[in-house]
Design a protein around this ligand. Structure first.
Ligand code: DGJ
Length: 656
């Protein structure tokens, strides 16, 4: 592998030009980085194929964008095909498939995908996090050695490395050359960067296999998940500029994204037809389009300690089933969504009593939220039937598919593949039903599952300050229309922090928007503002859910600026958010990235006016708008109003 990065034009010099020198005290032939680097070829970095040696035997291109490279072991018992696919958007996907062509069993301890990075890529960015604080960025220099992030959660986890990016020192949202990889996989995995004393740098990733997990019988194959790789010469926004259009083309979201009301923080387990009917009416009155009944509707589920697996409507709470509620929801003009957590089982459930052998690993180890994992390789048919029965009896448009514990098993790959099979089968039966991937918030946000779902529940926190950061960083990979973001109560349930309505609304505006709040308790003026916000969201969502996401780099961590610019750069929406107290009395001007430098734009504030502390506002805001070229807006910017902490100013920018 010679190069992965900026385009090189059509003509490539002959290969011999690239043969490197042979250093002293090394193998006697020039060391070249192959697609499957291993000890056998002198590679002493982390290998790709952990067992055996294979040699290149041929390559061909089935189409303009794909190359298949074939390798085999000397005795021809092991065959590995590497598939490389470069999309028109500039997203590179790579995976290996190994096949056992021998007569005996072939154990496979590991098979990873590696890509080279140049020496200038010496600063790393990846992610960590906690429940309700997903995708916290962390940076470090890449020195000699391996920086490896491993997930053993059986799901990516709240601390998922998510995206591993290596770039030139100081790369930001708008500047710098960056190489980044993501593994499209929802189970255990590792993703790493290595700079070796050999002189090579690589980014690598693969499924984390436990000893003995994969043993291929004669004729059997194992295929790695896709490694998704992108290069940008314009910082992290440049990565999104390739990834977002590719994801939109590859796993298209159903647009327009309906505005949701989810019942969780409004009623928790306290289900009551009267209360929920009033909530449905309140939701419809402000313009909500989808009403989602969260946890608590099924047999015996009065709290989070029991009943997972018993996917029958609780007749003591819902004597006529969900029909009266759904009728009310539909009468009010909304469609209906339902929460499920099919991969789990409560020890205290009818299902566990009937099928104790379906509990993964026999129920060894600690419970988690008092629940255990259902072995999907055993319960697949049962779940498919039960979910199908619900989707047939009720007009359900949407499933919120939750997953609230780590698997804590050494064999997460089987379970992950079984999940993919189940989702595939369900979608084939009910192609109109949308599915949201939720895992205690955003513990399963990856491009493997995105092929089978329509939306992610980004985080369990509806606190807008936390959400600003979680959405900003999750959005580097995932376009906003796939990311659920809800308006919560004034005092956030998770953090106990109280936030202004304007900040909460501005934060939930950009993604797949919704509400998670007991609207019946909201005041008349709040409801009016929410209705206006929903109307504004509906007006703007064609732009928000198709445009280019842009984020400014700010030296002051108290200030965030992000926005979405239409593909033709004729229309944009930006948010300036103050997370805390700015460093200077006069904050830096609002510089708007991503516009056409040669066009003139009119900029005007929209949404709930933020709280300010100033003797006079900037003159353009007092006048109501300004008209400037994209160049001036990007280079000079507009004077910022003096927002107090935890406020948001929304700006709509239209071609003049
Ligand atoms: C965790 C989810 O992330 C929440 O939104 C909610 O659905 C609860 N589970 C329900 O148990």
């Amino acid at each position: 592998m010679l190069h992965w990065g900026p385009g090189l034009g059509d003509e490539l010099p002959t290969e011999d030009v690239f043969v490197p020198a042979v250093p002293p005290s090394s193998i006697d032939v020039p060391l070249r980085l192959s697609l499957l680097p291993s000890l056998a070829e002198g590679w002493t970095g982390r290998p790709s194929l952990s067992a055996g040696e294979v040699r290149l035997i041929g390559a061909h291109s089935p189409d303009d964008n794909t190359v298949l490279v074939r390798h085999a072991s000397a005795d021809a018992t092991q065959e590995v095909t590497t598939e490389l696919e470069l999309s028109p958007e500039g997203v590179l996907r790579v995976r290996h498939r190994v096949t056992n062509r021998g007569a005996g069993e072939l154990p496979l301890p590991g098979l990873d995908i590696l890509l080279p990075i140049p020496d200038e890529a010496s600063e790393l960015l990846d992610f960590t996090g906690l429940w309700s604080h997903e995708r916290r960025p962390q940076r470090a220099p890449l020195r000699h050695g391996v920086w490896s992030r491993e997930s053993r959660h059986g799901r990516p986890g709240h601390d998922d490395a998510f995206l591993m990016a290596a770039g030139e020192p100081g790369f930001g949202f708008r500047d710098g050359r960056v190489w980044a990889v993501h593994l499209a996989w929802s189970g255990d995995k590792r993703i790493w960067a290595e700079r070796s004393a050999l002189g090579y740098g690589v980014l690598g990733a693969g499924e984390l296999l436990s000893p003995g997990e994969i043993r291929l019988a004669p004729g059997e194959s194992y295929e790695t998940p896709w490694l998704v790789a992108v290069f940008s010469d314009a910082g992290l926004d440049g990565l999104s500029d390739r990834l977002h259009p590719w994801i939109r083309a590859h796993s298209p979201a159903r647009l327009p994204r309906p505005v949701v009301l989810n019942t969780w923080e409004a009623v928790y387990f306290d289900h009551d037809l009267g209360v929920l009917s009033d909530l449905a009416d309140a939701a419809a009155s402000v313009g909500v389009e989808r009403f989602v009944l969260d946890d608590g509707w099924f047999a015996g589920r009065r709290d989070d300690r029991r009943a997972l697996g018993d996917w029958y409507v609780d007749s003591s709470v819902w004597p006529e089933g969900l029909h009266p509620l759904i009728a009310r929801v539909e009468k009010a003009g909304m469609d209906f969504g339902l929460w499920v957590e099919p991969e789990m089982i409560s020890p205290d459930s009818e299902l566990a009593a009937a099928h104790p052998d379906w509990i993964l690993d026999g129920g060894a180890g600690p419970t988690w939220r008092r629940q255990r994992v259902l072995d999907l390789t055993k319960a697949h048919d049962h779940l498919l039937d039960r979910l199908s029965a619900l989707l047939t009896e009720y007009p359900i448009a949407y499933l919120k598919w939750d997953h609230n514990r780590d698997l804590l098993t050494p064999h997460s790959g089987r379970q992950t593949r079984a999940l993919y099979r189940l989702l595939t089968a369900l979608r084939a039966r009910f192609p109109h039903v949308e599915i949201e991937s939720c895992a205690s918030g955003g513990a399963r946000v990856d491009l493997g599952i995105l092929e089978l779902v329509d939306r992610f529940w980004t985080s369990d926190t509806n606190d807008p300050l936390d959400r600003q950061s979680i959405q900003r960083w999750t959005g580097v990979l995932i376009p906003p229309e796939y990311l659920g973001g809800h308006l919560g109560a004034a005092t956030a349930h998770v953090t106990g922090r109280t936030s202004a309505l304007g900040l909460r609304l501005a934060t939930a505006l950009f993604g797949s928007a919704g509400i998670e709040w007991d609207l019946t308790a909201a005041g008349a003026s709040e409801r009016e503002q929410i209705a206006a916000w929903i109307a504004e969201h509906k007006r703007l969502r064609p732009l928000l859910h198709s445009g280019r996401v842009v984020r400014a780099d700010s030296p002051d961590p108290a200030h965030l600026l992000h926005g979405v610019v239409a593909q033709d750069r004729g229309h944009a929406v930006f948010a300036l958010v103050t997370l805390g107290t700015p460093r200077a009395a006069l904050p830096p001007p609002i510089r708007l990235p991503g516009l056409d430098p040669d066009r003139r734009y009119r900029i005007r504030p929209i949404g709930v006016p933020p709280r300010t502390l100033q003797d006079a506002p900037p003159r353009w805001l007092a006048a109501g708008s300004a008209t400037l070229t994209g160049r001036v807006l990007a280079e000079v910017g507009l004077p910022a109003p003096l927002l107090t902490p935890e406020q948001a100013l929304l700006l709509e920018v239209s071609r003049h």
